[in-house]
Design a binder for this molecule. Sequence first.
Ligand SMILES: Nc1ncnc2c1ncn2[C@@H]1O[C@H](COP(=O)(O)OP(=O)(O)OP(=O)(O)O)[C@@H](O)[C@H]1O
Length: 829
Amino acid sequence: MDSMLCVFGSRSIQSGLTNTNNFKERPVIFVNAGGGAIKKEGDINLDIEKDCCFEGGDVIRTDESIINGGDIPSVYQSARFGTNLSYKFNDMPAGEYLVDLHFAEIVHTNGPKGMRVFDVFIQEEKVISELDVYSIVGANKPLQVVDVRVSVGEDGVIFMRFDGVVGSPIVSGIYIKQATELPKSSVKQELLLCNNCAAEVKVSSDQNRVMRTNSLARYEKKIEELKAQCQLKTDECHEAWMSLTAANEELEKIRMELDNRFFRNMQLDQAMQKQNAELRDVSRRYECDKKLWAAAIDDFEKKIKMMKIEHSQLFHEAHACANTIPELNKMIIAVQDIVAQHEDLKLKLNEEQAKSKKLYNQALEAKGNIRVFCRCRPLTKEEMSIGCQTVVDFSAAKDGDLTVITSGSTKKIFKFDRVYAPKDDQVDVFADASALVTSVLDGYNVCIFAYGQTGTGKTFTMEGTKQNRGVNYRTLHQLFKIAEERKETVTYDISVSVLEVYNEQIRDLLATSTATTKRLDIKQVSDGVQHVPGIVEAKVENIKQAWDVLQAGSNARAVGSNNVNERSSRSHCMLCTMVRAKNLVNDECTMSKLWLVDLAGSERLAKTEVQGERLKEAQNINRSLSALGDVISCLANKSSHIPYRNSKLTHLLQDSLGGDSKTLMLVQISPSEHDIGETLSSLNFATRVRGVELGPAKKQIDMGELQKFKTMLDKAKQELRSKEDAMRKLEEGFQNVEGKAKVKDQLFKNQQEKFNELESQLASKTELCRQLEKQLLQLSEGKKEKEEICSDFQQKVNELEKKLKEQEEAASMNLHCMVLTILTYNINF
Ligand SMILES: Nc1ncnc2c1ncn2[C@@H]1O[C@H](COP(=O)(O)OP(=O)(O)OP(=O)(O)O)[C@@H](O)[C@H]1O
């Protein structure tokens, strides 16, 4: 505060107005700036006037209490403030006065310092310089500047001016009092040192004051100049500072750039390391692969060598083969000869087969196309139990003679193709009948039928029992057996039908139940071939299938009657086997039929006493059997008309009776004396058939001729067999040669394919090797490029670092110079 006081003798007090302010000393005026008048009270013997004599400024008041406000704190609760503020007291008697100025900061009570700074001039002399009340005492606290000596001249004016340095000046009170005259002795003599001669000069206070004022003015002027210089230097400093900041910023930028470069460099380093690692890996793999390839190539080369050797071997073999071509040609010619021979032999075979067939047929025909066998059953248990006598003698059965004791010693002799005694079994019967099976397969129609009285064994002979099969089973078995044997040269298509003729009606025993009632007729489909339209023809491929079908037919027959035997004796059971053959050698096709017929009991012929249904049955059986006899008789007599159509039986058998067809009649008889009538009847019927049909001429066939035929047949068969053997051997030889040639050919082909495959593999591997080498080259080039880029970067980074260092040094030099300049300036100052 004291540094702010510009007038000698003035002082400051940091508290409010008190009695100590010497009010008794001739007060002139006390103005309450910005406030009203305050009357003297208590100890204070002072009238304070309301604000007056001012020019400019505004009034401000506060209710805040004034700390250390003294005896009249209200003086500080009001103030005048503002720019261009001044007070002018007129009519003051000339003389010396003391002025007390009272201040309090009641506006900017919360600071900060420097908000209000001002100078105070009295009589145009600065008495207070840059006063900041707040910075000295704070807010709402009084500050007094007292005893500012003022001289009033003749004009009687005291003029006070408040000049703001920062903000507007403020004042709370102005106290003007008359100063006592200072005694002369009290005028203090001061000594001043002469600048020129260094002598001490005595000067009075007033003189000193004037000098001080003058030197103050000089100093102030000097200060102004220094201030201007300082401002200049500050500006320079600012500029230097700004350039330093710019340099720093530039430096920062460069540092950042450097960092970025460094970072990128690091990244590049990493990438390079990675690539180096990859490259190393690739190189390593390349080396491994190279080794593998080298091994593979070695291997391939070895294989190629081997293959070349094989190739040359094959080449030689091929040459050898080529050399053997003439031999091969010879062989081909030989084979062609063989083939020609084979064809010739085939032709001959055909001829021989035809001949054989013809001979066989002739042999059979020699035996007779219609043959009659007679079979006698044994006495039944019942017959034996009642002591029945046998009336049949088989002592000459071997020659086909049969003697029947008719009454007493009367005997009747019958002659047949074969006579079977009761002891003869099914095998014996079939042994003679089996020849006909071959004829069926050769394309001839065959008819085997059993004729005889009921209970004489017709069904036994034809069907037999499960343990002892009859003609039907054995014939079919033989049929399939021969067909199987001939399958290389002939294919057979076999089907069977089962029929029943009862009361002149045909019933299909294989048909379904609804069709059973359907009336069936016989139609001629082609020359002499009879057919029953709508009849079931079951295709069979083996004996089992055929037998199953026949059994199904037998079962169906049983459905028609409660008693099978009863029914069987009153109807004709007819099995028809159709054989369609195709000769694979000459493509000849044939179709033949085998009829196996179990006729109704013949005793009905004689019994005329029956009535009704039985009579009708008997008449029908009678008619059909005599029609059969008539047909056979006419055939034997070679009549122009054969009455086939007189019965369903003969009509059905039309294509199997007569012509080239073979017929075998099995006459079944009973040995019992009780059946002698029926036996003689059957034998007479059979004799009529046989006798008429064969006739004495045919029967007396020349046995020598027959033997000749047989020998010829055997010879032909023998020749055929040997030719067939030779043929087979030739064929085998040819096939052998052909097979060998094929094997060699295939071997050569395989080797060639293998060689080609290996060659293509080698080519692809070489290509792969080439591509990998190229890739490796590219990778090494890439690596080189990247290395170059990296070294470039490194160089740039080095350059930048260098530059940065230089810039840093330059900046620090600049800064150093500036600091030196400022320091020099300050020192000078
Ligand atoms: N050669 C034989 N050996 C043994 N038993 C036989 C012989 N022939 C027939 N029999 C027996 O005689 C009986 C009658 O035979 P089967 O039924 O075959 O006669 P059939 O002539 O067919 O009679 P039907 O005309 O009534 O059909 C059967 O029990 C049969 O076993």
